[in-house]
Design a binder for this molecule. Structure first.
Ligand code: B12
Length: 351
């Protein structure tokens, strides 16, 4: 597939030398941690140790899909994660510098320049990152804030009753999800990023949200009972399944039958169960940029295993790589409503 600005030779060289470059970068991080990590606690050290491999995964996605603009966004996210955990942005700089040195040391010129130029550009953006308005200051609105407080405390019945009160007032479940549940979730993500809540709090919020979603859609069935069957799965490695779950509820409420395997299935299992399911459409979700190469491999595998079945790809990472991935799939919907519409159009067109 085409990657803007990067030759296939540079890409092949990067793939081949990846393990060696990664080993060098890790070694450099270990040395730096010994040199200036004395005052850091275990969690801080874990974050720093994770930087080397994390950037490697991001670079694999950025290079193979030509997502050069995304690299700066990801570095911005890393700086935010580091600084809110008492670590300075010098560690993000070290990660980019180490990958640059590794590439320049092991890859032959001029391919080395091709690969390291985007890193050098991203590095120069570090001093200016996040100096503007901090994202947490954006107020989520009164209802979202109220719902968010309940979800963060795991008060699932009250959270569900609050969400259901909008249903009683005539708002559709899908609209409640997009206007209440999703903004709350986005705020939860920012709170985690800023180290205001733990990963376990994120898990509690997820399970509470799952319950609220179940209550919102419980008993809702469209009389149309559409004769279509969808197969839904997260890309291997991606745990973010709530968006996919919501789409599943929306489809089910229109009377679709579903084989919804959610998250956790490895590549081959997805291929096997998709071909066994014989669906009219396949719906995949990917939220993390680092898993875009896995998404692309899965799409290729599904096209071979279940030829002719349209594939819809959704989720935050799919949207970020829309331009590059769109030619590979039947559609990348911007949101859940659009996903529902596209799914219907594709199966009707296909039938
Ligand atoms: C809940 C959550 C988790 C839960 C997931 C539980 C679960 N079962 O889903 C847990 C705790 C496991 C988790 C783990 C991690 N997470 Co997390 N997570 C979130 C959070 C708060 C909500 C995700 C979510 O469900 N959002 C609701 C969806 C529906 O909204 P959306 O993603 O914006 O999607 C829109 C569209 O894309 C569309 N859509 C979504 N999915 C689909 C699918 C289809 C088919 C279609 C058509 C449309 C569609 O609908 C939405 C509205 O239009 C987000 C914050 C956020 N901004 O979303 C972080 C977030 C995604 N996580 C993040 C990170 C970093 C992680 C971890 C790496 C570290 C961590 N926090 O522990 C791990 C990685 C685990 C893994 N390998 O997947 C980052 C990603 C940052 C980045 N730059 O990529 C985020 C953005 C938080 C942040 N601000 O730092 N996470």
């Amino acid at each position: 597939m085409k990657s803007e600005g990067l030759s296939p030779w540079a890409l092949a060289e990067f793939d081949m030398l990846f393990p060696r470059i990664l080993a060098l970068v890790k070694e450099r991080f270990e040395l730096e941690l010994k040199r200036r990590g004395a005052g850091l606690d275990r969690r801080q050290k874990e974050i720093i140790e994770g930087c080397a491999g994390w950037l490697g995964e991001i670079l694999t996605a950025v290079f193979s899909l030509g997502l050069f603009e995304q690299l700066e966004a990801e570095i911005g996210w890393l700086v935010s994660v580091l600084e809110s955990r008492g670590l300075d942005r010098g560690w993000a700089d070290l990660a980019l510098e180490s990958w640059t040195i590794g590439i320049q040391g092991l890859v032959r010129p001029p391919l080395a320049e091709e690969l390291s130029d985007p890193l050098i550009r991203a590095r120069s953006s570090i001093p200016g990152i996040g100096r503007e308005a901090p994202t947490l200051e954006q107020s989520p609105g009164k209802d979202v804030q109220k719902y968010l407080d309940l979800v963060l405390q795991g008060r699932r019945h009250e959270a569900a009753e609050f969400a259901l009160s909008f249903l009683g007032a005539g708002t559709a479940p899908g609209k409640i999800a997009s206007d209440l549940l999703l903004p709350a979730f986005h705020q939860i993500g920012r709170l985690w990023e800023k180290n205001r809540i733990s990963a376990s709090a994120e898990h509690l919020a997820t399970e509470t949200t799952r319950y609220v979603i179940f209550r919102l859609f419980e008993g809702l069935k469209d009389e149309r009972a559409l004769p279509y069957r969808a197969f839904l799965a997260c890309v291997p490695g991606d745990q973010h399944d709530i968006g996919l779950d919501l789409l599943a509820h929306l489809l089910r409420s229109e009377g679709w039958s579903l084989i919804h395997i959610g998250r956790g299935a490895p590549h081959q299992d997805i291929l096997d169960s998709a071909s066994e399911a014989r669906p009219d459409i396949i719906v995949l979700a990917v939220s993390l940029i680092s898993l875009l190469p896995a998404a692309r491999t899965l799409i290729a595998g599904l096209k071979a295993a279940v030829p002719g079945v349209p594939i819809l790809l959704g989720g935050a990472a799919a949207l970020a790589a829309r331009k590059d991935l769109e030619p590979l799939v039947a559609g990348i919907p911007a949101g859940l409503e659009e996903g529902l519409l596209m799914a219907r159009e594709l199966v009707e067109h296909h039938a």
